[in-house]
Design a protein around this ligand. Structure first.
Ligand code: FMN
Length: 204
C-alpha cells in the first residue's frame, strides 16, 4: 500500500510554506501524494500585530493529534526560534502525550526542513534539537543526506540554506529574502527522495 504522507508546518511569514509546496512537488514528481497541514497559531493577536505577522492561510487545514496518527510518514517544516522549534510547534507536540504513551507513532517516518533568518541561525541545530521529540515517539528519521543532492549541497557559488539534515531557506533579518531557486530545488529533491524511500516500506 502507498504510504500516507503528511507535510506539517508552521509558517509565520510564508517562507516555510513555500518550501512545503516544493516538498509536495517533489513527492508528486516521484509519483506519490501528500496532504498539507499547518500548525495552529498560539500567540495572542496583540503579539502577532507587533510582529507584523499576516493572518494564517485558511486554505491549509490545521493538524490535530487524531489526524496526525492516521499518517505513515511526515515532513515537518520548522521556522527556527533560537535554533529550535517555534512555540506553536512545541504546543502541538505537547498535545501528543497520549500518542507517545500508547506508542501510536512508533516506527513512522519523518524528515525535516527549516527556515532561519541568518546563516548561523540554526539550519542544522534546529533539526538536531527537533530530533529529540520524534525519537521519544520512536519515529524513524530520514535525513536529506547527500545521495541525490551532492552538487547542490556542495556548491559555494551562492548563499543557500539547507544541509544534509534537511532543506532550508534564509529569510533574512527582516524576513524580506524569499526562498531562492536552489533552496526550492533542494526542498523538491528532499520530497522526491523521501517518497522514494518510504514508498519501499510495507505499510499494510
Ligand atoms: C522569537 C523568534 C526567534 C527567532 N530565532 C531565530 C534564530 O535563533 N536564528 C535565526 O536565524 N532566526 C531566528 N528567527 C527568525 C525566524 O526563524 C524566521 O522569521 C523564520 O524562519 C521565517 O520563516 P516563516 O516565514 O516560515 O515564518 C526568530 C524569529 C523569532 C520571531
Amino acid at each position: 500500500m502507498a504510504p500516507k504522507i503528511a507535510i506539517v508546518y508552521y509558517s509565520m511569514y510564508g517562507h516555510i510554506a513555500k518550501l512545503a509546496q516544493a516538498e509536495l512537488k517533489g513527492i508528486e514528481q516521484a509519483g506519490g501524494k501528500a496532504d498539507l497541514f499547518q500548525i495552529q497559531e498560539t500567540l495572542p493577536q496583540e503579539v502577532l500585530s507587533k510582529m507584523y505577522a499576516p493572518p494564517q492561510d485558511k486554505s491549509v487545514p490545521f493538524i490535530t493529534p487524531d489526524i496526525f496518527k492516521t499518517y505513515d510518514a511526515f515532513l515537518f517544516g520548522i521556522p527556527t526560534r533560537y535554533g529550535n522549534f517555534s512555540a506553536q510547534w512545541k504546543t502541538f507536540i505537547d498535545h501528543l502525550g497520549q500518542l507517545w504513551q500508547s506508542g501510536a507513532l512508533y516506527g513512522k517516518y519523518f524528515g525535516m526542513f527549516v527556515s532561519t533568518a541568518t546563516a548561523g541561525g540554526g539550519q542544522e541545530s534546529t533539526c538536531m534539537n527537533a530530533l529529540s521529540s520524534w525519537v521519544h515517539q520512536g519515529m524513524i528519521y530520514v535525513p536529506l543526506g547527500y545521495a541525490t543532492t551532492f552538487a547542490l549541497l556542495g556548491g559555494l557559488e551562492e548563499v543557500r540554506g539547507g544541509s544534509p539534515w534537511g532543506a532550508g531557506t534564509f529569510a533574512g533579518g527582516d524576513g524580506s529574502r524569499q526562498p531562492s531557486s536552489q533552496e526550492l530545488e533542494l526542498a523538491q529533491a528532499q520530497g522526491k527522495g523521501f517518497y522514494e524511500h518510504v514508498s519501499k516500506v510495507n505499510f499494510a
